[in-house]
Structure formats: structure tokens, C-alpha cells
Design a binder for this molecule. Structure first.
Ligand code: PHE
Ligand code: ZN
Length: 881
């Protein structure tokens, strides 16, 4: 009998597989409840393994029907087959062919892993460990095989049959109502990249010619009738393919590239070879149903999955500890793509907001883990902001340290050396060390040490000598399992802003000009002396957010205002305003908690007014500057003894003050930015809309009826979802008749459109009113809501738990209890989504004592329940640990 793998799994226990699989032939006969899977695996002992070994294959909820070796049925005494594994204790000594038939029930598959049904269509999801829910297999990414897949189905139920690779054959099954298709994927791949789709689907198609002249047929498959919403995704795919050729010299390698949108999907999308499967939220878009932000996300996710073809598929991960090898790198690549398609500074600001809002929070709590974890109990729980977003920052730092040319040389070497293989982080970094001629030993700590480094910077300006000394100390805080840390290599891009506002190139005493402005920190504390200064300069630290660190610098508000007006680095211009606002907000939170009245600061409003008046700035950037730190940002900056109610009050007061003080300017801008041209999702138009809608929101912040009326009018007259949704968002913050009217209208208008109703669920779940919990509870009974659909769950429950700071963190603990109740119900059905929702509790220790005790009690109650999934148990136990 195969015993359940003893978890936790450790990186240090890695062993090469005993058996390799050269080819896989699958024959899948689709049936709603009894799908038959015949698998023929060409196996051979791994020459690298220790010696003759039993064959142990993974399985998960499989029904075994028959087992054969080299064409002969195996007697039952020669193997052990259970739902979760197949073992042959004494397999042939040399290569052999294993034939196994299993039966699975796609309709009963509520975990949405393996083969399942979504809106009646068949689809698969195999990453990370879903292939074992289709057939017995060594389900690990370092076993790479060439797949041929025959898919058979009822002609009416599934007229479209798609697989990995290229289509090679299709036909009818004589004497039946069934047909089949055969697909062959010539590129060896790990089984997590396997996919098939069968169903009634309509396609939007186009052709693409690669840089070397290969003709590729591109198609985006959607529910029939929604083809008109697939055009933007298809165009984004073409742009992605062209960009990867130009930016990285990477070309597509099959005759077809198919994308399928499905309504029930645990994650965003999946990069299966030649057959990407998407959450329909990241495919379907029309001006009436999708916001500018939706269009941008679709472009980014299409690109991300496409880029995986090289970073993930052609070169995959040796084991799941190396997940950031494909994810961090591919996020970096999609960020660069979006920066080239849109505004680089605005994209950087948006990405850093996400990083701080998710990854810094994760890194500061009980779920903190290194970019490359060293142990896990459930790999599903490691598809995190740390692996993805911090993983991307680490690649970005490599580029910053090496410069663009040596970085590109490292990438080229990586592609050349590891193509067709399953690689590790060490192998990846070695390519940059070699091609870039750099010692990256200390740099590896970025992969190994969790926690966000904290820098303290103090200045000494010597007017006589014309020097500025920067004393920089770094500390990496303790994280679970890592009480003490070593200093990191931190590439800190430095600018010096002279008295006239122009940049002064930094020259380092004893070294000369600082190449590309990159100061490289390596020690716990060090001093950099900048010389040859024409006068007093203000340092602009960590330009472009060159390193994912927190910085405490001795810059006063005058310096910050100066940078806000003059810094040539747009990121730091934005950052200066954020820092100014953050200091005011944190001060006011303390005042509010002490029972005092909030302090009003004219300096910030001045800085904002200066930015508003600067006509050279792009609207999307100005919109970012006007968006003050979120409740989550403030909570994170405070760090401990957090009172979400006081944070909300302080933030609300500041928004009112800005809205009042700048009302005339905001109103003029609002009117001037009105766009009468037909909607277009391009970045420039989107930027104008974003600024206009930020103006509206600030104008309405003080609650004047005139501004509420303006929002109500915009809601009613909008000809696109961006403006309609923005107006509704503004209205949602004001307890008025207009709000309820608009919400009712929206529900009625988009009744037939689940993805749009998700926006309606999410918005209501985020209302910062005492009545919201009851509203959300009511909405769980709404006919459009379903615990079976991950998008609905994330829209209603995820928004409430992750984005409504005051109401999830109600002082009476009712928000915690409600979410925990929903999570435990969901756990029986879809553990992955349940566990993800439970991560909303990850900052509980940072709360003030009353809420902290309530959150702990809720976590303990969940932990004590019998039969939690491994996914949920892992999150709850680590959260309490
Ligand atoms: N590999 C997918 C991506 O990031 C994410 C994913 C993981 C999807 C696990 C499904 C399951 O592109
Ligand atoms: Zn990915």
C-alpha cells in the first residue's frame, strides 16, 4: 500500500525521480460522471537514481479499472492501486510500457482541480498537483514527457475538443454520436502543464507570423454569444507575442495557440502548453461591461500566460520550491510588457502599491516565507504575493545591479543552457553571475530570507566641503522560523536634487561617478560620501523603487514637498506625497485614539495643488498622486496596536479636507477632462478617465449634495463601465438615497452578467458602514451568488474580508465569525479557495488588543474543527503559530 506522503515536504529532501517517463499516450472518453482515461506511459529507470526502485505513482480520488505492463494485464497481487496511488513493488528492471485505465467523475469535482465541468463544458486544471486526479503519474515537475492525447466526446455535448500542442487528427466514432480529436505536443513537459477542453465554445481567431516566419493560428474560445467580448484579449495576445520577440528574442513554437475562457476557475489563468485556460474575468471585456482596470488586467494576464511558454514551459521548475523561478520571472516580464505598452512610471506605482498592499503585509505576519520556501505542507498555499511579486522584484534587482545589457546576456544564457529542462534558482542565478561577471553569492539571500528589509538613512551635509554623507543601516526583521538574519545586497538607486530642482549626478568619494545611480549596500551599516556638490542637495532614495525595502530617512516635510515638486524620478515624486500624507495620517490616528480632534496640514494640500498645476504631467500619474495611502497602507505603516476605526476616521478627514480645499481646481479639471469621443481602452484615454474620476471622488468626499448629484448624474449618463463604476464607487461611500437607487439600477441593468454582478457584490462588501455585515449576509442568499463559483466568493466574501478594514475588523468580532463560518462551509467543497479566503486573518497580531483577542478566538475555533482540509489547516495553524 502506498502511504500518504509524510508532509511537510522539505527542499533539502529533494531526490531525483527513480523513474522517468518518455512519452504519454492518453485516451480520454469524456462523460459527465464516468469519464474513462486510458494512459500508456513509456517508463524507464532514471540513470541518475540509486538503483532498482519500486514504481510509485501519485493519484487523488481515482477509481482504478485495470493495470497492464507491456501489453499484458498485471495480476492484482503484483500491484496496489487505491484512489490516491498506484505502486508496483517489483517493476521490470529496464524500460517498459505501463497501461492504466481509470474512471473519474468530472461533475462531482468541486475542487476545480483535475478534470471538471464549468457551465457544462469540460476543462482541466493540473497545476500544481491536479494531474494525479486524472490518471496515476509521477506528479512532479522534473518528470518531463512528450504527450499525445486522444479526446473523445459526445458530438452535441462537446463539439470543440482541444488539447496541448498541435492538432493531428479528428474523426467520428462509427455507429455512435461521438467524435474524437488527437493532439500531439512535441515539447517534453511536466504533467502540470497538461490540459484538455471539450465543450460548446465559439472562437475569435487571427493569424500570427513569428519573426522567423512560422505561421501560427491564434484563437480565443468563449461561451457562444460572447465572441464580441474576446477581441481585446486576442489583440493583447498578438502584442505579447511580438513583444517577447523584440524584448527577449523569444519566439512561439507551435502551429496553434489557443486560449479558453471558463467561468469557474480557482486562480487567474493557466499557462498549459499551447492551450491556456483562463478565468473568464481575464478574457471577456467590452466597454459596457469592463473597466479600464479590467482591460489592463486582461492585457497583463494574457501576456503573463503567454510569456510562460518560455519561462515556465520550455524551461520549467525542478520542484515546487522553485516556483518563483517561473512565477517571479514571468511577473517581471509581464510588468515590463505593460510598462512598454502603457506608462512606465504609472505602471511602476501601481505595481508597488500591489507589492506593499499584499506582499509587505504577508511578509510582516505569521504567513511570511522566503521567495523560495524551504518547506511546505500544501503547495497550493504558496502561490503568494511573496513568490510572485517579491519574486519579480528580485529579478528586477538583478537587472538593476547588472544593467540592461548584462541582464539580457544572463537571460540569453539561461534560455540557451536550460531549454527543455527543469531548473533551479541556483542555475538561474548562475547564468547572471557568469554572463554578467558578478559574484551573486550574497544576492541569493533574497531567495532565502523572508521579511522586508528596513533601511534607516541619516544625512550629514557639509557645505564647506561640498559633501553629503549618507549613513545607511539595514535590518531584516525576524520571521517565522528565521529569528536572525544576515545583511542583504540592496541596489539603491540614488538621485540628488539640487537647489534649482535639477539633478546633480552623484559622485562617490573614492569611487567616482555612481554608475547608473546604483548604490550597492551589502553591510549592516555603511556610509556613502557624495562629493563635488554645488550646494545643498536633497537625496532622492530608492528611485523607481529599485529595491523592495522600507526606508526611514531623515527627510523633513520641506524636503518631501521639494521632492514632490522637483524630483525628476516620477516614482519618488509620487512617493514624496505619499510619505507626507502618511505622516499626517499616522499623527491623526494617534490624536483620534487619544480623543482629540484631527490636525489639518496645509503643506500636503500645497504639494497636491502644485502637482495638479503641472501641465506636463500625465493625467494617470496625477491621479496616482491624488490617491492618498489606503487604510491598509496606514495600518501597515503603523504596524502594531492597529485600530482600523481610527484609521478610517483619519483618512476620511484628510479626504474631506483635500476635497474642500481643492474643490475649485478639482471641479475645473473634472469638467475639462470630460471626453465626448467614443470609449477606447487605450492608456492615455484611461489615464484621463482615472484622473477625472479621482476628482469626482474627492469632490464628493465632504458629502456636499451638489457633488453627490454630480456622481449620480455621471452614473446615469455613463456610456462605459469605467465611468459608471467609478460613480457608483463614489456613491457607495455616502449613505444616501442616490446610493441605493444606483445600486438597484445596476443590479437590474446587469442581471444577466455574472462578471458585472461581481463588481456589484464587491462594491457593497466594501462599504465602510455598520450595516455592511448584514448586507453581505443578505447577499449570500442572492440568486446570483454561489459558493461553488470562486469569482462570486472572491467578489463578495473576499472583498469584505480583505478590503473592508472597518467592517471585517468590527470591534464585536462579528466580521471574523461570519468569514470563518463561510470559510468552513466552503472548505468541504473547494479547499483551495477556502484557504485563500482565510488568509484575511494574516495581520491579526498587529491589531489592538480587543480585536486581536477576538480574531485569535475565531482562528482557534476554526483550528479545533474536525476534518479541515490540508489547505485550510495549514493556513490556520501557521496563522496561530
Ligand atoms: N501558473 C498560473 C500562473 O501564474 C497560476 C495558477 C496556479 C493557476 C495554480 C492555476 C493553479 O500563471
Ligand atoms: Zn504565472
Amino acid at each position: 500500500m502506498r502511504t500518504e506522503q509524510a508532509r511537510p515536504i522539505r527542499l533539502s529532501d529533494y531526490r531525483a525521480p527513480d523513474w522517468l517517463v518518455d512519452t504519454v499516450h492518453l485516451d480520454v472518453a469524456l462523460h459527465p460522471t464516468r469519464t474513462r482515461v486510458k494512459a500508456r506511459l513509456a517508463l524507464r529507470p532514471n540513470p541518475q537514481a540509486a538503483g532498482p526502485a519500486p514504481l510509485v505513482l501519485d493519484g487523488d480520488e481515482l477509481t482504478p479499472l485495470s493495470v497492464g505492463v507491456d501489453g499484458v494485464a498485471l495480476p492484482e497481487s503484483a500491484y496496489a492501486a487505491t484512489p490516491d496511488g498506484l505502486t508496483i513493488p517489483q517493476p521490470p528492471a529496464g524500460p517498459f510500457v505501463l497501461e492504466v485505465e481509470t474512471e473519474i467523475d468530472p461533475s462531482a469535482n468541486t475542487k476545480l482541480m483535475g478534470l471538471y465541468r464549468s457551465s457544462g463544458n469540460y476543462c482541466t486544471q493540473c497545476e500544481a498537483e491536479g494531474f494525479r486526479r486524472i490518471t496515476y503519474f509521477p506528479d512532479r515537475p522534473d518528470v518531463m514527457a512528450v504527450y499525445t492525447t486522444r479526446i473523445e466526446a459526445d458530438r452535441d455535448e462537446a463539439p470543440v475538443l482541444l488539447g496541448n500542442g498541435n492538432p493531428v487528427e479528428r474523426g467520428e466514432v462509427p455507429g455512435t454520436n461521438r467524435h474524437y480529436a488527437v493532439w500531439h505536443d512535441p515539447f517534453p513537459k511536466p504533467c502540470y502543464l497538461f490540459a484538455l477542453v471539450g465543450g460548446r465554445l465559439a472562437a475569435r481567431r487571427t493569424g500570427f507570423t513569428t519573426m522567423s516566419g512560422r505561421a501560427v493560428e491564434l484563437a480565443v474560445y468563449v461561451e457562444p454569444g460572447k465572441e464580441d467580448r474576446a477581441g481585446y484579449a486576442l489583440e493583447a495576445l498578438e502584442r505579447s507575442m511580438r513583444w517577447d520577440e523584440q524584448a527577449f528574442g523569444r519566439e512561439y513554437d507551435l502551429d496553434v495557440f489557443n486560449i479558453v475562457a471558463v467561468a469557474d476557475f480557482n486562480m487567474g489563468a493557466m499557462e498549459n502548453k499551447g492551450l491556456n485556460i483562463f478565468n473568464d474575468k481575464y478574457v471577456l471585456a467590452s466597454p459596457e461591461t469592463a473597466t479600464d482596470a479590467d482591460f489592463a488586467h486582461i492585457e497583463a494576464v494574457i501576456a503573463h500566460e503567454y510569456f510562460h511558454n518560455w519561462t515556465g514551459n520550455r524551461i520549467t521548475c525542478r520542484d515546487w520550491f522553485q516556483l518563483c523561478l517561473k512565477e517571479g520571472l514571468t511577473v517581471f516580464r509581464d510588468q515590463e510588457f505593460s510598462s512598454d505598452m502603457r506608462s512606465r512610471p504609472v505602471k511602476r506605482i501601481a505595481d508597488v502599491r500591489v507589492l506593499r498592499g499584499h506582499q509587505f503585509v504577508e511578509d510582516a505576519g505569521p504567513l511570511a516565507h522566503p521567495v523560495r520556501p524551504e518547506t511546505y505542507r500544501e503547495i497550493n498555499n504558496f502561490y503568494t504575493a511573496t513568490v510572485y511579486e517579491k519574486g519579480a522584484e528580485v529579478v528586477r534587482m538583478l537587472k538593476t545591479l547588472l544593467g540592461p545589457d548584462r541582464f539580457r546576456a544572463g537571460m540569453d544564457l539561461y534560455f540557451a543552457r536550460h531549454d527543455g529542462r527543469a531548473a533551479t534558482i541556483e542555475e538561474f542565478v548562475a547564468c547572471f553571475a557568469e554572463a554578467g561577471g558578478a559574484d551573486l553569492t550574497q544576492f541569493m539571500l533574497w531567495y532565502a530570507q523572508a521579511g522586508t528589509p528596513e533601511l534607516a538613512v541619516t544625512r550629514r551635509y557639509d557645505a564647506q566641503a561640498g559633501t553629503l554623507s549618507l549613513d545607511i543601516a539595514q535590518v531584516v526583521p525576524p520571521t517565522p522560523g528565521q529569528p536572525t538574519k544576515s545583511p542583504m545586497v540592496i541596489p539603491l538607486v540614488l538621485g540628488l536634487v539640487g537647489p534649482d530642482g535639477a539633478d546633480v549626478p552623484p559622485v562617490l568619494r573614492g569611487h567616482g561617478p555612481v554608475e547608473r545611480g546604483v548604490l550597492v549596500l551589502t553591510r549592516p551599516a555603511e556610509t556613502f560620501v557624495l562629493e563635488g556638490l554645488p550646494g545643498r542637495v536633497v537625496p532622492s532614495l530608492n528611485r523607481g523603487f529599485s529595491a523592495p525595502v522600507k526606508i526611514k530617512a531623515d527627510l523633513g516635510s520641506d524636503d518631501l514637498r521639494f521632492l514632490a515638486t522637483h524630483d525628476s524620478d516620477p516614482f519618488n515624486r509620487w512617493q514624496a506625497v505619499q510619505t507626507l500624507a502618511s505622516e499626517i495620517l499616522i499623527g491623526n490616528v494617534a490624536v483620534i485614539r487619544a480623543g482629540g480632534g484631527v490636525r489639518h496640514d496645509g503643506g500636503l494640500v500645497h504639494a497636491l495643488a502644485a502637482v495638479l498645476a503641472d501641465e506636463r504631467l500625465e493625467p494617470a500619474f496625477v491621479a496616482q498622486v491624488l490617491s492618498i495611502p489606503s487604510e491598509g497602507d496606514i495600518a501597515r505603516d503603523i504596524g502594531r496596536d492597529v485600530d482600523p476605526e481610527a484609521i478610517w476616521l483619519a483618512r476620511h478627514a484628510l479626504r474631506r479636507a483635500i476635497g474642500n480645499d481643492l474643490a475649485p481646481t478639482l471641479r475645473v479639471l473634472y469638467d475639462r477632462l470630460r471626453d465626448d469621443a467614443p470609449y477606447s481602452p487605450d492608456a492615455a484615454s484611461a489615464g484621463r478617465r482615472s484622473l477625472r474620476n479621482v476628482c469626482l471622488d474627492l469632490l464628493a468626499a465632504p458629502g456636499h449634495p451638489g457633488a453627490i448629484g454630480l456622481a449620480a448624474a455621471q452614473y446615469a449618463e455613463a456610456d462605459n463601465m469605467t465611468d459608471r463604476m467609478a460613480a457608483l464607487g463614489t456613491l457607495s461611500l455616502h449613505d444616501t438615497a442616490e446610493r441605493e437607487e444606483a445600486l438597484a439600477d445596476f443590479a437590474d441593468r446587469f442581471r444577466e452578467d455574472p462578471l458585472v454582478i461581481d463588481k456589484w457584490f464587491a462594491l457593497q462588501a466594501m462599504i465602510p458602514d455598520a450595516g455592511t455585515l448584514a448586507r453581505v449576509q443578505r447577499l449570500t442568499a442572492h440568486p446570483a451568488f454561489s459558493l461553488g463559483n470562486p469569482n462570486r466568493v472572491r467578489a463578495l466574501l473576499g472583498s469584505f474580508a480583505q478590503a473592508n478594514h472597518t467592517q471585517f475588523n468590527r470591534a464585536d468580532g462579528a466580521g471574523y465569525d461570519f468569514v470563518a463560518e463561510m470559510v468552513t462551509t466552503l472548505d468541504g467543497r473547494n479547499p483551495q479557495v477556502a484557504a485563500r479566503l482565510m488568509t484575511a486573518f494574516r495581520s491579526w497580531r498587529a491589531l489592538e488588543p480587543g480585536r486581536r483577542d477576538k480574531a485569535r478566538a475565531t482562528l482557534e475555533r476554526v483550528a479545533a474543527r474536525p476534518s479541515l482540509s490540508r489547505d485550510l489547516a495549514d493556513i490556520v495553524e501557521r496563522s496561530l503559530g
